[in-house]
Structure formats: C-alpha cells, structure tokens
Design a protein around this ligand. Structure first.
Ligand code: PLP
Length: 414
C-alpha cells in the first residue's frame, strides 16, 4: 500500500509573521519591511514572553542560592546550555560557554588561548572577508606577541582563493580563524575542508558562526572545529547573549578570561583555584533572562525546521538577484556559487547611505556602509554597499517593494 504523507513543503509565512509583533509597525506611514536581518533578527512573541515570564515569576541570581527562585532560575539557565549543545552538535555541555556575543567569544579565545600559545614569529590566518570582530582581536594579539597575521585573498565573486590558503599553511601556522558565512557578501565558506587542512598543518581552528548558525545545520563535532562562536540576537533571540563552543581539552588547558564570581573554586589571598568548565569562563552574574529566553528562540527555529527556512530564504535570494539586476546601474557585490541570505549592492552615482535614507522613507530597513568589514570594501575599491538580508518572515512582496524603492532612488539620485 502506498501511503503518501502530506507534509507542507513551503512555509506558512503569513502565520509566522503573526508571531513577530514588530512586523505590525508602520514606519513613516508605511508597513515596516525589515531587511536588516544580518545585523539582528526580530524576536517572536514567545521569546519576548520568556523574558517577561522570568522577571515576573523567578528572577533570582543563579548558581549560588538555595532558595526556590534561585533554583528555578539556575535550572532554566542551565537548560539553555543543553539546548545549545544539541543545537550545534557539541560533545558535552561543558563545552558551551555563555558570553555576550560573537565578539566576546572571539576575544575570549584571543586573550586566553592566544596569549598562552602564540609566540614571536607564529602565524595566524584569517581571510579578506572577515568582520572586524574576527580581525582586530588577532591584530592586537599579533602586535603584542610579534606574531604574523596572514590574510587569505578572495576573488571577484567574493570566494576565498583556496590555493592561496593552501600555500599559507605551514609549520608556523598556529591558528586559522575564519568566517563561516560572510555578513557582507553571503558567501558560504568550505570550513570543513579548510579545518581538515589546518589540522594537517597542526593549527587550531576558530569558526566565526555569527551569520551561519541561524541558516545552516551546525554540527561542530562533524565540522571538527576547535572553537565556534555565535550570537543569540541573530537567531531570533535576545541581544547580549553569545556562545563560545570549544573542545573540552582546549578549554581545560586555557587560563580564565575574567576573574570573579562563579569562575572560582576557592579564593585565599595567597591563591585562587578556578572552577570546572564551563563556569571557569563565566565570571560575574551572567545575562540570566536572555540566556533563558535564547532556548525559546532555538525552539522557534526548530519548530519550523532549518531546511524549510533555508529553502524559503533561497527563493528570496534568487528572486532578489533576478529583480535587482534589472535595475540600471545596480551592481551586486558578492556572487559566490555558495551563497545565502544576503544581497549587497552598489548603484552607480549613488552613495549607499543616500539609498538607505530613501528606502527608510518608504519603511524599508536595509543596512548601508562597510558592514564592519572595511578591508573587504577596500578589496572591491568601494566605500560600502547597501545590504538587504533575509529571514524566515520576509516575502517576495517585500522584495517587490524594495525594487520599487530602489528604482525611485535611482531616479532621484541620478
Ligand atoms: N562576525 C560576523 C560575521 C558578524 O556578522 C557579526 C555581526 O554582525 C559579528 C561577528 C559580531 O557579532 P556581535 O556583534 O553579535 O558580537
């Protein structure tokens, strides 16, 4: 007997949009069209409710109290660690460190692992498409240690030139820190392959997953990265929460990042012994409410399914490319073969900022500027781009409005 399952293939975007109260807003008399999702995503009601629920019912400091509120808050906070562990395929909950964002996660590694392991003459490899958060911490480290920062070049399509990467790897390479998905181009980098090659050269690998964690299936164990960083606010979660995943043996070998609070076992004026993982890296009162609400955001994503979200966003990206390229004088920056969810563009004779202002007048939110990737803008000899980036709640109708807004902008600015 043939049983045909009727699983809906496409998303019910109308229903999903209803979960995001901000999408009811009007901007300058028009419905908000939010296309700045690579900067931060909007939050579904259930995430907002989770924050309110915590403050209304069991606000307490965690880990230290024995009273009921402290126990409830601790249990809920720690449950997020388990949810994150499963979400990214980590081997154990001790490998999940809560930070305040991707930037802090990368800095944590630079200040602890980096300062312990990098010596004069050592080499750190990053790429030409990194966010400043994955450039500056390594630059500071290299300057302090007299180490060398090497940069993988990219081609005109916005893809890494892997042959050049291969040539850079050698016995002096101590760390490769690479973005998984470029925030300015949408390029998806072949991180698994790059990690294998780095490990063969004896290097440790950090992956900046700020843009990938929301779109791609992340399995850090399969990827075999040594560190992976991402931010909750780009996954429909609250701001002020990030994750650093690190392999247990590496985290154990690293000195603490900050001192105080939960990161100690015992303190005397002579000596302090440090707590076990993951608490060794979580000094002070963490962002309890937002960590708690983060798991609601992950459950929101999982309730829809990343694959379905990806398919929807792929359709939007293809449609955006097709329609934007019809606009005279518009050039898309970044045409990698493997690309997701971001379309960056420039328009001849128009400054990206002016494009952004004209679109905002029509209720359309895009990002303009260098996207915290100035060396990448230099690579394309441009001051910046306008960038539309997509999420699960965006629609083709919204893209039609973007195109109309841009056509109008071209007429005004020409
Ligand atoms: N890395 C990439 C690729 C990003 O897109 C961003 C933010 O846009 C960051 C790092 C920094 O993330 P956060 O500001 O959440 O620390």
């Amino acid at each position: 007997m043939n049983i045909s399952l009727t699983i809906p293939k496409t998303l019910d975007v109308t229903a999903i949009r209803k979960e995001f109260p901000i999408l009811n807003r009007e901007i300058k008399g028009r419905p908000l069209i939010y296309l700045d999702n690579a900067a931060t995503t909007q939050k579904p009601q259930q995430v907002i409710d989770a924050i309110v629920h915590y403050y209304t019912n069991y606000n307490a400091n965690i880990h230290r109290g024995i009273h009921t509120l402290a126990e409830e808050a601790t249990a809920d906070f720690e449950q997020t660690r388990d949810v994150v562990k499963t979400f990214i395929g980590a081997g154990s909950r001790e490998e999940i460190i809560f930070t305040k964002g991707t930037t802090e996660s990368i800095n944590l590694v630079a200040y602890t692992w980096g300062r312990k392991n990098i010596r004069a003459g050592d080499e750190i490899i990053i790429s030409n498409m990194e966010h400043h958060s994955n450039i500056v911490p390594w630059q500071i480290l290299c300057e302090e240690k007299e180490a060398i920062l090497k940069v993988i070049p990219i081609n005109d399509a916005g893809e890494l030139i892997l042959d050049e990467y291969e040539k850079m790897l050698g016995s002096k390479t101590k760390l490769v820190s690479i973005v998984h998905v470029s925030n300015a181009l949408g390029t998806v980098n072949p991180v698994k392959q790059m990690i294998t090659r780095a490990h063969e050269a004896g290097a440790v690998v950090m992956v900046d997953g700020a843009q990938s964690a929301v779109h791609l299936d992340i399995d850090v164990s399969d990827m075999d990265c040594d560190f992976f960083a991402f931010s909750a606010h780009k996954l429909y979660g609250p701001t002020g929460v990030g994750v650093l995943y690190g392999k247990k043996e590496l985290l154990e070998s690293m000195p603490p990042f900050q001192g105080g609070g939960e990161m100690i076992k015992e303190v005397t004026f002579n000596k302090t012994t440090f707590n076990d993982l993951p608490y060794k890296f979580e000094a002070g009162t963490p962002n309890i409410a937002d960590v708690i609400a983060f798991k609601t955001a992950i459950r929101f994503i999982e309730s829809i399914g990343k694959e379905k979200i990806r398919e929807h966003e792929k359709e939007l990206l293809e449609y955006a490319h097709q329609e934007l390229e019809k606009i005279p004088g518009l050039h898309i920056i970044g045409k990698a073969r493997d690309k997701i969810s971001v379309v960056s563009f420039i328009i001849e004779k128009a400054h990206p900022q002016d494009i952004g202002i004209l679109l905002d007048n029509r209720g359309i939110a895009v990002r303009t500027g260098h996207h915290c990737a100035q060396p990448l803008m230099d690579r394309f000899s441009i001051p910046g781009t306008a960038r539309a980036s997509f999420a699960v709640y965006n629609t083709k109708d919204e893209l039609d409005e973007l195109v109309n807004g841009l056509k109008r902008a071209v007429k005004i600015l020409a």
